[in-house]
Design a protein around this ligand. Structure first.
Ligand code: ADP
Ligand code: MG
Length: 313
């Protein structure tokens, strides 16, 4: 297959898009390397779908520059289309076709399609090859959506909220499909409002709120998470004071919380103190801020109003 250049899969700078008085995207920069799984994580209305549609060439940005696989999706859409696969937030596949027929129909649009049965196997629908779409479960239908996006053997896949509304087992299955795409060397750009989905699937995550990226990084570094100190928590009987050398602590409902500078040294001295004095130190634990804590702290602040006229939404 022809490769246009060694440019990144996606390179966007300063993209802006408004619908009337709604500022959906307010200056987004993105760089997605080839072979990466990249997640745009954000709440409803953050501008995720609009961003994706601009990258796909469905919408034109009001401002900014966009290159996808080295091409301009606005003016070079015909050249780009056979090289990308798209899974929309909601799809309309003909319910009365079978799985194999649906995929074959889409394969027909592409110059170098991947063989239909190979695609079916990739998304784990072999047992449902001849089942009508109407008979598939929600999770199986979503896998069919991915299969259709794969029919043309694209280099880059856009997945808009691939598991929204799924039960836990269907989500796991969909995650396996995404991991399979990544193992094939495909670049995947997905959107999600599930923090754990981004954490489980993505090499890198951009958190988008109100049309802007408010944090970007790997799931472990996002929002400075690796730099945040863990909290030590334990319970002490009422009336028992913590040792003075421990410094400031917070006591609520029998819990003692502290944020030590040196976790190992503090834990060592603390447990030695408990053993020497015989004070029962119950439920000792170390709490590290989760990606969810970080995400909620980022999303919890709704940021500036998204309307140009300043009215409340
Ligand atoms: N075609 C449209 N016309 C008017 N407003 C739109 C249109 N598409 C999106 N919006 C608005 O733009 C904002 C971002 O929408 P969207 O990109 O769909 O967000 P997300 O996918 O993160 O939920 C929302 O306020 C939405 O209502
Ligand atoms: Mg959306």
């Amino acid at each position: 297959m022809e490769t246009t250049s060694d440019e990144p899969a996606v390179l966007a700078a300063g993209i802006v898009k408004s619908f009337g008085d709604v500022h959906a995207v307010r200056g987004i920069d993105l760089r997605v390397e080839r072979g990466e799984v990249f997640a745009i994580l954000g709440p409803n209305g953050a501008g995720k779908t609009t961003t994706l549609e601009i990258l796909e060439g469905y919408q034109r940005a009001d401002a900014g520059s966009v290159r996808v696989l080295g091409l301009d999706p606005g003016s070079q859409r015909p050249a780009l289309k056979p090289r990308i696969g798209i899974v929309l937030q909601a799809t309309g596949v003909d319910n009365y076709l079978t799985v194999a027929e649906s995929i074959a129909m889409y394969s027909g649009y592409y110059p170098h399609p991947r063989p239909v049965d190979e695609v079916i196997e990739l998304v784990g629908l072999t047992a449902k090859r001849n089942a009508r779409v109407v008979r598939l479960s929600g999770g199986q239908q979503r896998r069919l959506d991915v299969a259709i996006a794969l029919a043309g053997d694209p280099e880059l896949l856009f997945l808009d909220e691939p598991t929204t509304g799924f039960d836990p087992s269907a989500r796991q299955e969909a995650w396996e499909v995404v991991r399979g795409l990544s193992a094939l060397g495909k670049t995947v750009l997905l959107t999600t409002h599930y923090m754990d989905e981004a954490q489980n699937l993505a090499d890198r995550v951009a958190v988008v709120v109100g049309g802007r990226i408010v944090a970007e990084g790997t799931p472990s570094t996002l929002g400075g998470r690796d730099a945040l100190h863990p909290t030590v928590r334990f319970e002490l009987p009422a009336g028992v004071a913590t040792p003075e050398w421990l410094g400031p602590v917070t006591r609520t409902d029998g819990h003692v919380d502290l944020v030590p500078d040196d976790l190992v040294v503090t834990l060592h001295r603390l447990t030695a103190w408990a053993l020497e004095t015989g004070v029962p130190m119950e439920r000792l634990e170390i709490r590290r801020p989760s990606l969810e804590d970080v995400y909620l702290s980022l999303v919890g602040d709704p940021g500036p109003d998204v309307r140009t006229d300043g009215s409340a939404r």
